[in-house]
Design a protein. Structure first.
Length: 440
């Protein structure tokens, strides 16, 4: 087993490249508050022109369309910039030859009793995948042609890739996911059983298309813009959001740990490989592996938030001071009487040093399948800590998640001025340092 990460950002990047007149492109639609907001905040502070894209919307017959006037106005208000209104919905789960069933239709024929033995017609699935890929790359070409008119010669351009996901909307999968990510005891289900099934293989393929391959399509699709900008004195950067475990304080030292089972991990490694391929060609493309936080999309992964609690200890280790004390007090105020932040940290530390969790800290074997012992302690502790709060809707992890988002914005934005590698980890040490620097 190893906990040595290939490349972690250990210092606060301060070099500046982007300025007024440069262009920030969000390659992925903004829904709610997430990691992308931190980057947009930094781009706005730098005076950059902000441009976004849309995944489009589907009508009652699942036909993909551009945003209507009302939707476009709302999306541009949310972004604070112009939206290139070309539907960039990734994935192939709703693509099929005319009049034929989509992969989602095929999945909807599966049941809880049959899904592990149900087989898919893979040549047909590949036909759907090819159609989805062509639809997406054609749309990228159209979007880039429009974007080209919005980028002046010599401007620096920052492309921020934020596309991820790919779960087909099927009742059977929701039931399976609830058991894999939330089930324990009699309701426990093995993540490996999903991955070994045809259903699982289809989902992994769709994850690849949405989470990973869209990064390649972005880099390839913007080649003409990149060539023109660089020829006229500008620079182009590409960043993407990864997850591949995080170093947190465990038993007093920073150690790599991970959430298990992170089914999208296979696609996130694909994302890393695409960045490495681009880097080898001299293109500055970097995947930043970020800490576990709580978001709308991560709520299904019960227990993913447990590794966030040690950030409070990291803040004290990296600088302490009045602002750090204020964060501890803010978290303390969310807890029930008779419960302390220290109590929570002790419970989480005991969980992280347990034999069950230690066995999962195998970087080379990532992402590992779940197991019953893990589900019992991870989901059990998650429930226990949630019940120690005054209000289940106002949690310590919500406060800490907002802090991580605040830190990763400048870490990635300024880190992309002089990127050090195709894949970098943002661990709790540098997140804490950045937060203290921002507030000191």
């Amino acid at each position: 087993m190893t906990t040595q990460l290939p490349h972690s950002l250990r210092h606060l990047p301060t070099a500046k490249l982007f300025k007024k007149g440069d262009v920030f492109v969000l390659f992925g639609e903004l829904f709610g508050r997430g990691y992308a907001n931190g980057l947009i905040d930094e781009a706005r502070k730098a005076g950059m022109t902000i441009v976004g894209v849309t995944v489009g919307r589907r009508d009652d017959n699942d036909v993909l369309r551009a945003l209507n006037a009302e939707e476009l106005a709302q999306a541009e208000t949310d972004l604070g910039g112009k939206i290139v209104n070309v539907p960039l919905m990734a994935g192939f789960n709703l693509d099929a030859p005319a009049g034929q069933p989509t992969p989602t239709d095929l999945v909807n024929q599966m049941t809880l009793a049959s899904w592990q033995t149900d087989k898919l017609d893979w040549p047909y699935v590949e036909q759907c995948r090819a159609l989805g890929t062509k639809r997406f790359t054609d749309s990228v070409a159209q979007a880039m042609a429009e974007l080209d008119t919005l980028i002046p010669d010599g401007a620096n351009v920052y492309f921020a890739h934020t596309m991820a996901g790919g779960i087909p909307k099927a009742k059977v999968f929701l039931a399976i996911a609830n058991r894999i990510y939330k089930g324990r005891g009699a309701r426990f289900m093995s993540s490996q059983a999903l991955i070994d099934s045809d259903l699982g293989k289809l989902i992994l393929a769709n994850f690849d298309e949405v989470t990973a391959n869209t990064f390649r399509h972005l880099i390839d699709g913007s080649a003409a813009i990149r060539a023109r900008v660089e020829k006229t004195g500008g620079q182009v950067r590409y960043s993407a959001y990864g997850y591949h475990g995080t170093e947190v304080l465990i038993d007093g030292s920073y150690q790599w740990q991970t959430y298990t089972n992170y089914t999208q991990g296979y696609a996130k490694m694909g994302l890393e490989r695409i960045a490495q391929e681009a880097w080898a060609k001299g293109i500055k493309a970097t995947v930043f592996n970020c800490p576990e936080i709580r978001t709308n999309s991560s709520d299904i992964f019960v227990g993913v938030e447990l590794s966030l609690f040690p950030l409070l200890a990291a803040l004290k280790k990296e600088g302490d001071g009045a602002w750090v004390e204020t964060q501890w007090q803010a978290c303390q105020a969310l807890l029930q009487d008779g419960t302390s932040v220290e109590d929570l940290l002790q419970k989480v530390d005991s969980y992280l040093v347990s034999d069950t969790m230690t066995a999962l800290r195998d970087f080379a074997a990532w992402p590992m399948p779940n197991n019953e012992a893990l589900a019992e302690i991870m989901i059990g502790l998650s429930d226990e800590l949630t019940h120690l709060h005054r209000d289940r809707k106002e949690l310590v992890i919500g406060h800490l998640s907002a802090l991580v988002l605040e830190a990763t914005g400048p870490l990635i934005f300024f880190g992309m001025t002089e990127p050090e590698a195709a894949v970098q980890w943002l661990n709790h040490d540098v997140v804490a340092k950045q937060l203290i620097a921002l507030h000191s």
